[in-house]
Ligand binder design. Structure first.
Ligand code: EPU
Length: 331
């Protein structure tokens, strides 16, 4: 285990702001977790599990917490197309690994920054697929029970960008995820932009889907290595049919996706229509190619981005009567 004190988070989260972590502890062995929990207790500091920091915004200069990063990166292929990966495995490496081993299902989730551990916290989703569809079980350390637990897929409370881990932030440290994949390709081409990109969808191999997804992402989402960002900053809001109809009367071109009985409206569209797309103030702003991506062009502070997010929430609320909810975890 490696314990670092007052260390910069700039290269440890994808917004790349210069916040300082009070403590940052990297563990390779799962058995070391209990010691880290005790360490945080002894310092009276909250424990924050972090992977690649692809979904965090830190608003204070010094983050008074003990960060714990699980660096175990093993992948084990089991029977029945089960694959177990430890939390530290890079997500996109994992997707590519499964395809190379003729295990299919995760291809639409190619190119998402972050780790295996984070994939279940966030229930990552893209291009018509959510990781929840493939999760069999999760191993984690449960802080309130003070022991390691195995959580079956039915107890994970997965929903749109939500899970038991997100609802009970601070209580679980995910150590590994077991996915149930398929040995025969079953492609999902329900997402319009993906289908349009691919064109003829007959006999399309999952590896081709991966390539298409990587290209689409590359064309509209900034790479955090060049421009700091955390992907979609807000969730896409869901509204009921009556509210949707009232908006449609005012904005006949409003895009939407059906989500059960509700209408999911792209937050990017609401933000763009509120005039924010391409907004820039010094080193922070809203990405020119995608209005849902708040960006750090260089030296902006987490608090600058947080203030911008609040201004966006206010103006979307004023124009559309919808309160956007952050998707990014704000600390
Ligand atoms: N749009 C605009 N302006 C923009 C960008 C998009 O009006 O600047 C509108 C367009 O009508 C477009 C629609 O928004 O058709 C949807 O845009 P996009 O296909 O890019 O998807 P999204 O709803 O903005 C969601 C996820 C992404 C995921 C994509 C693809 C959320 C919060 N975001 O974005 O996930 O990659 O779909 O499936 O659900 C992430 O979670 O970090 C993330 C990037």
């Amino acid at each position: 285990m490696k314990i670092e004190y007052q260390i910069s988070l700039k290269e440890r989260h994808t917004f790349h702001c210069n916040n300082i972590a009070e403590y940052f502890i990297t563990v390779d062995e799962i058995s070391e977790i209990q010691e880290v929990v005790e360490f945080a207790n002894s310092k009276n500091l909250p424990l924050i599990p972090i992977g690649d920091g692809a979904n965090f915004l830190f608003t204070t200069e010094i983050v008074k917490a003990v960060f714990i990063k699980i660096d175990k990166k093993d992948i084990l292929i089991g029977d029945n197309n089960y694959v177990k990966a430890y939390s530290g495995v890079d997500w996109d490496f994992f997707v590519s690994f499964t395809l190379d081993n003729l295990l299919y299902g995760l291809e639409n989730l190619s190119g998402i920054p972050g780790t295996v551990g984070a994939s279940v916290v966030q229930n990552i989703g893209a291009y018509g697929v959510e990781v929840a569809q493939f999760v069999q079980e999760v191993e984690a350390f449960d802080i309130s029970l003070n022991k390691f637990v195995v959580l079956d897929k039915n107890s994970l409370n997965f929903a749109y960008r939500d899970s038991i881990f997100k609802k009970n932030r601070g209580n679980f440290i995910v150590t590994s995820v077991t996915y149930s994949l398929s040995n025969s390709p079953k492609t999902v081409l329900t997402y319009r932009a993906l289908l349009d990109f691919i064109g003829d969808s007959r006999d399309i191999h999952p590896k081709k889907i991966r390539e298409a997804v990587l290209q689409i992402r590359d064309s509209k989402l900034p790479n955090h290595k060049n421009i700091g960002n955390a992907g979609s900053f807000f969730k896409n809001p869901e509204v009921d049919v009556a509210f949707f109809e009232s908006l449609k009367d005012l904005y006949p071109d409003i895009p939407f996706f059906l989500s059960g009985d509700l209408y999911k409206i792209p937050a990017a569209w609401l933000i763009e229509k509120s005039g924010w797309r391409g907004f820039k103030d010094g080193s922070f702003g809203v990405h020119q190619k995608h209005a849902l991506i708040l960006v750090n062009y260089g030296e902006s502070k987490g608090s600058d981005i947080y203030n911008l997010a609040n201004k966006i929430i206010d103006s979307v609320k004023e124009k559309f009567g919808i309160t956007l909810q952050p998707e990014v975890e704000i600390v």
